[in-house]
Design a binder for this molecule. Sequence first.
Ligand SMILES: [Fe+2]
Length: 349
Amino acid sequence: MDENDPIDDESGSVDSNDPTRKEEYIKISVAILGKVTEKLPFDIHIQRAPGKFTKIFSNGDHMDQEQLAKYNLGKNVMHLYIHNTASETYSYYVEKLLEIGLDDPKSHTNAEMRAVVNEMISITLGEIESTMKMDQKTLRWAEKSIQGCTKILENDFNGLVLIMKLFSGQTYSMKHAFMVSIFSLLLAKALDYESERTLNHVGLGGLLHDIGLTRVRKELIGKQDLTPEESKEFKEHPQMGIQIVDDLKGIPSEVRSIILQHHEQPNGYGYPNGLYEKDIFHLAKIVTITDVFATLITEAPYKDATFSPSTAIKMMKQEIGHFDRKILKVFEGLVLPRSPKGADPRYNN
Ligand SMILES: [Fe+2]
């Protein structure tokens, strides 16, 4: 598209109300395109009105950053779109950008790295959500996303907090997996886990902890008053989860343990194995806390109530024996920085 073309030019636009045209567009991150230095591997569109898209850059074009800035700033374009047929190309493109950032941290600014990592996580969770499967490719994307998060955490504790604000996952389960992963990384860091390997494990375990729910009947997820049979089926999701990851090459045993044990409780009343405190894997205890906290504070279509972080922590503290008390106390200091006890000075936003 020529620089001088008006934004409302009909050429290349698609009317979604036209029944003969069943085309879908996928929202992509504007920040990602700031990194394009070579020829674009896909077309880029803007949305002019609901269902109306106009192509602004074509596959093979050299990315014109000035033109992009004009759309981004001058015309208040907050989002760009690709056609869904280009989604795979876009995913590999984001993966490549992430690899560059992991190999050479100086290649991206902090903000660019946050945008790339955020986009890779969205793609990963979106792929799991739409296929209801986990394969070697999605595992690789998940691992790289978490390595990116760990890199961000190394440089800037608040970088991961900022990433949460960027996340635009479409569904409750995507948001939940993302939040549990980020909260788990922040909590592990607050507990002074410094090893990159350990942080990668807790982040990946947080992201994939409920992967077994993809094999549980959809109507049971979030349903109140499950029958005993339904409850039994639901409570099999940790084992379903490890069946899924055991079919993949290279899943770390630590991540496997987090998936299997994220509903265990120190008092022995958890599931699937009713383990006691000393037998529960230490990183699983982190994810148990962040999982319940994220559930309490997030709105979901099937939930009656959503709680503030302080009410959520209060409720969790009343559940004696459900959580590791020391870890919960550190988490309280992390998410309620104004709490008189244990405020973490690193979390000041
Ligand atoms: Fe779960």
